[in-house]
Design a binder for this molecule. Sequence first.
Ligand code: AHG
Ligand code: MN
Ligand code: MN
Length: 336
Amino acid sequence: MQKRVSLTQFLIAEQRAGRVSPDLRLLLEVVARAVKAIGVNVSKGALADVLGDAGTDNVQGEAQKKLDVIANEILLEANEWGGHLAAMASEEVETVHQIPFDYPKGGFLLLFDPLDGSSNIDINVTVGTIFSVLKNPLAGQAKDPTERDFLQPGREQVAAGYATYGPSTQLVLTVGNGVHGFTLDREFGGFVYTHPFMTIPAATHEFAINASNVRYWEKPVQRYIAELQQGKDGPRGEDFNMRWVASMVADVHRILTRGGIFLYPLDDKTRAQGGKLRLMYEANPMALLIEQAGGAATNGHERILDIKPHKLHQRVAVILGSKNEVERVTSYHHEA
Ligand code: AHG
Ligand code: MN
Ligand code: MN
């Protein structure tokens, strides 16, 4: 039988190779512990009364589910006291979350979408957690980080990842040396290294988009999707398959497993806000993972990882996945 490698062993090997500092290793261990706890809550469902609405709205004006609130609290609490973080930012929190003054502060900033795919919670379909790690530009100074310190382009991320709470709980992460997947062994209680160096083929026959918005999309996206739908009889000369889970984590996980393209483009409904998905804790971490796996990620015009953010909860159009397809849609935007 092949020897099993745990997440801890993987991270220690990364530390010895000089790719992960002791503090970043601690941070990733703590995030892994937190997502394990979130996974336990997700899987209890109705038994633990965690389904349904919390009865509150978040800063984006979206109704919070109970699990949005629970997952956010688990991540904030788990990461406050270890001394590895300078501050946190969350989809569910309006402003920067400071580390309480009685704990030491570290050199990193952590951003997260605690529960991605909230509309799937009550129907028992895969949801997830997305996270992004940046360096604190104020490291070594006595000042608390402000929103401005978080506003770094995605290419500055030192780590990024997500957890999927599906038939199995998986943790997928990058520290800038490829994409690595781990599966939670519930009996043994730890993550096991199951998916080394996940890669995305450049070509694909699978696309993911919420096609109910077709009349709101911009022309280049309408053209691209229409061509895919025409299949063998259209300009592409081949058939394409469609999938839309409505949990970005699950859609991206499928793409990292077998290829594909995911689009949440700018449309008439979301134009005023800049798009639907959030740049700092959805698009950026996913874009880093996708690029690390050999794929591409743009907003139709530029590389996601090069966008200079101007606010914490900024939204953005997202097109990511298999390189050939992302480059094609992006070229349609340029032609238009
Ligand atoms: P969240 O649950 O964190 O608000 O994110 C939901 C996002 C993303 O996961 C998914 O791809 C998209 O919203 C689904 O949007 P539609 O319901 O418009 O299809
Ligand atoms: Mn989300
Ligand atoms: Mn969310």
